[in-house]
Design a protein around this ligand. Structure first.
Ligand code: FAD
Length: 432
């Protein structure tokens, strides 16, 4: 009899999950998720690596995953511990021979895996799957990651021409009931992760819960119930409300939904309802998401360095008063302030807002862009290492932006918030 361990990371779903698909071929399967204490510590720029918004969303996600796996008679063990301190014990206790996990390459994740490998017997097999991409790394038309183009458009056009999105994996058949382990795995509370209970701000543009069911409900709403997908390109630069854009990013970031599931559903929508520029544009944006993953595969830890991937040597500052004002929405720019207050109160900010506040921080104030990126890392519900650091580099003049422009935030406010509705929502002071 062979026993596998499925070590969940940012692939917290049952459908279209390659690791689960292959792990389910074992006679016996145990699953595990770690709330790694290192993810809740203060990082090098003074912010917690995970703040309360993402912590709550993640707890909801794991609770739901545990329920979904239970219907397949798979137990999800959950530990508020470092994986390297617990996996060796699990390997021994359950006589595990193979460990399945999503492949990660950023340095912190790679170090954890190396630690685990060092602590388990040498004959344990590790199977790592790329479950986070739209275009699978084995299918892209470049010989090596070093050959990934420095310009997005070149990357996109080549992939669109030469690469097919793979079909989705079905959820596996349920295991026999005796696959379940006896202990009832307890998921930590928000308080145990170091946060106080809170209610989401009523004004939030992202009032949703974590979990695979919610991700699929959101897709059903955005595509099929309201047909908003057919207008996506026209509304995607919006600032207020739940439906100006898909809001898929938090579920995509922790893997409660796959990019492939969204892709194939857009395809179905195009066949059954409507195919236009707007439906294509959602795929276009998913390719951006892939691109930043390939950029980090190509450049490794360079994406966290002050000179970025261009090696541009700017004169960066680290002014504490400027940091305080930016974070708390007290700069001289009301559009920036409204966006920053939205982030602080809800863990969400629109794409238009993110570009403006990032440009204001790193280009206008010339503050160390990594401070901004680290603050986003803490606060965002949808934090994704590649999208966050890649976009920050892009907006700070050290990444893949061929134009390297500075946003005119006043002009942006006039264009995207002409009546001041968004600024009124978050600022509530006499100006509006
Ligand atoms: P939609 O407009 O509906 O787009 C659909 C999907 O396409 C998104 O869910 C996302 O997965 C992808 N996408 C869209 N725009 C981008 C983009 N510019 N880069 C990469 N993927 C994109 N996105 C994250 O998921 N996590 C982050 O940590 C993150 N940090 C960012 C930091 C900065 C400074 C900037 C400018 C952008 C950042 N983004 C990040 C990208 C983008 O702002 C969000 O993906 C988007 O706003 C999420 O809203 P949505 O799901 O409604 O997007």
């Amino acid at each position: 009899m062979n026993t596998s361990l499925l070590w969940f990371g940012n692939n917290l779903r049952v459908s279209d999950n390659e690791a689960l698909h292959f792990a389910s071929k074992a006679d016996r399967l145990i699953a595990v998720y770690f709330f790694d204490p290192r993810h809740y510590k203060i990082g090098p720029f003074g912010f917690k690596k995970t703040e309360r918004f993402r912590a709550k969303f993640l707890l909801e996600t794991v609770q739901q995953l545990q329920k979904r796996l239970k219907t397949l008679n798979i137990s999800l063990l959950v530990y508020p511990e470092q994986p390297e301190n617990r996996i060796p014990e699990l390997v021994e206790r359950f006589q595990i021979d193979t460990i399945y996990l999503q492949k990660e390459w950023t340095s912190e994740e790679a170090t954890v895996l190396a630690n685990v490998k060092r602590k388990v017997p040498e004959n344990i097999q590790f199977h790592e799957t790329f479950d986070q991409f739209l275009f699978h790394p084995e299918d892209i038309p470049f010989d090596a990651y070093e050959k990934i183009p420095q310009v997005f458009t070149v990357f996109r056009k080549k992939c669109e021409k030469h690469c097919e999105v793979r079909p989705c994996f079905d959820a596996p058949q349920p295991f026999p009931i005796d696959n379940l382990v006896e202990e009832t795995p307890k998921i930590p509370t928000l308080e145990e992760l170091g946060f106080s209970h809170f209610e989401m701000d009523q004004r939030s543009a992202f009032p949703f819960k974590g979990g695979e069911d919610e991700a699929l409900e959101r897709l059903q709403h955005y595509f099929w119930d309201t047909k908003k997908l057919a207008f996506y390109k026209k509304t995607r630069n919006g600032l207020v409300g739940t439906d100006y854009s898909s809001k898929f990013s938090p579920w995509l970031a922790n893997g409660s939904i796959s990019a492939g599931t969204i892709y194939w559903e857009v395809n179905r929508f195009e066949k059954e309802i409507k195919k236009n520029q707007d439906t294509y544009w959602l795929i276009f944006e998913l390719i951006w998401r892939d691109y930043f993953k390939y950029v980090s595969l190509k450049h490794g830890n360079q994406i966290f360095k002050i000179d970025g991937i261009l090696g541009n040597d700017y004169d960066w500052h680290n002014n504490k008063a400027a940091q305080h004002d930016w974070i708390n929405g007290q700069t001289d720019d009301d559009f920036v302030n409204a966006n920053m207050i939205e982030l602080k109160e809800t863990g969400w900010m629109s794409n238009r807002g993110r570009q403006n506040v990032a440009s204001y921080w790193s280009k206008h104030l010339q503050q160390d862009w990594r401070i901004g990126a680290s603050y986003f890392e803490a606060m965002l519900i949808d934090y994704d290492v590649h999208s966050n650091w890649g976009n920050w580099m892009y907006n700070s003049g050290v990444g893949n932006n061929p134009r390297n422009r500075t946003f005119n935030t006043k002009r942006q406010a006039e264009m995207y918030d002409p009546n001041g509705k968004f600024q009124r929502l978050w600022l509530q002071h006499s100006l509006f």
